[in-house]
Ligand binder design. Structure first.
Ligand SMILES: Nc1ncnc2c1ncn2[C@@H]1O[C@H](COP(=O)(O)OP(=O)(O)OP(=O)(O)O)[C@@H](O)[C@H]1O
Length: 275
């Protein structure tokens, strides 16, 4: 094993998707889609609206039963398994859904306690509270947010609360569905930095669905592009652009793509200059 690997890593890809098919009625979302997520990477997942990014995530975490194909997570087959069946791997991932998906009648702290109650029912209430408190602070929320209800939080705070809940079980694999959507640019950049820091300090692998070009440039190690019902390319942004795929070309070389790239280059030049 490579001794530069984080102690958590086994050397195997945590997620392997092969030949995935998802249909809703006559509408085919995925046809023979394959993808591997590498240990310790932040994999950005992009594609036009409705290309099936969220359906892919739901398939990987067992919330969507595919019509065909094979998915394994940490070496365990997910496809064809009852969503309630204990696979011993569900506690190894955390999910932040679009919009946070917090329980509105529970405080932030209680929301974070939900997965702890579910997976570790024997933990004492005091310890459960303390773990939840730690995750809320780790997600960059102030102490007083713990006792607040979701309706009392800003959009950015809700996202951080959703992140705290996703981190509740010390996951190895984190799924983030459009984490910076709806945030102002400063809030989005702060969320990106937090994601990168958590990935590095906690040894996470991150599957990150996004439309945010700045996020792709700033924190993603590789990017997977969904188009034509498949992953048409996966690699670093320069590798993707090399493919010449028309959607990739339009996405990264369009006005917003070029602006994100120049801002990324300027930030790195400033960093190099100050070192
Ligand atoms: N439960 C469902 N029943 C019927 N159709 C569905 C269902 N879930 C998703 N779809 C359809 O599957 C397609 C892919 O949806 P999905 O939410 O994965 O897209 P997406 O790439 O995440 O889009 P966006 O970037 O807009 O969030 C869409 O056309 C959507 O309407």
């Amino acid at each position: 094993m490579d001794d530069t690997l984080h102690p958590r890593f086994s050397g195997n890809p945590p997620v392997v998707v092969k030949g995935l098919v998802n249909r809703f009625g006559d509408f085919t979302v995925h046809q023979d889609l394959s993808l591997e997520v590498r240990e310790g990477e932040i994999l950005g997942v992009v594609g036009g609206s409705g290309t099936g990014k969220s359906v892919l995530m739901r398939s990987i975490i067992g919330l969507q039963t595919p019509n065909d194909g094979h998915i394994s997570v940490f070496g365990r087959t997910i496809t064809g398994i009852d969503p309630d069946q204990d696979l011993g791997v569900r506690c190894r991932w955390g999910v932040m859904f679009q919009g946070g998906a917090l329980f509105s009648t529970l405080t932030v702290g209680e929301n974070v306690e939900v997965p702890l109650r579910q997976f570790y029912p024997d933990i004492s209430p005091e310890l459960r509270k303390e773990i939840a408190r730690y995750k809320v602070l780790l997600s960059g929320l102030p102490e007083d947010a713990i006792a607040k209800f979701p309706s009392e939080l800003s959009g950015g705070m809700k996202k951080r609360a959703g992140l705290a809940r996703a981190l509740a079980l010390d996951p190895e694999l984190l799924f983030l569905d459009e984490p910076t959507a709806g945030l102002d640019p400063i809030g989005a950049a702060a969320f990106d930095r937090l994601t990168r820091e958590l990935k590095e300090t906690l040894g996470l692998t991150v599957f990150l669905i996004t439309h945010d070009l700045d996020t792709l440039y700033e924190i993603c190690d590789r990017v997977a592009v969904i188009a034509d019902k498949q992953v048409v390319a996966v690699g670093t942004i320069p590798e993707l652009i090399e493919t010449g795929h028309p959607w990739i070309e339009a996405y990264f070389n369009g006005p917003r793509g070029r602006a994100a790239q120049s801002s990324h280059q300027r930030a790195h030049q400033r960093q190099d200059g100050s070192e």
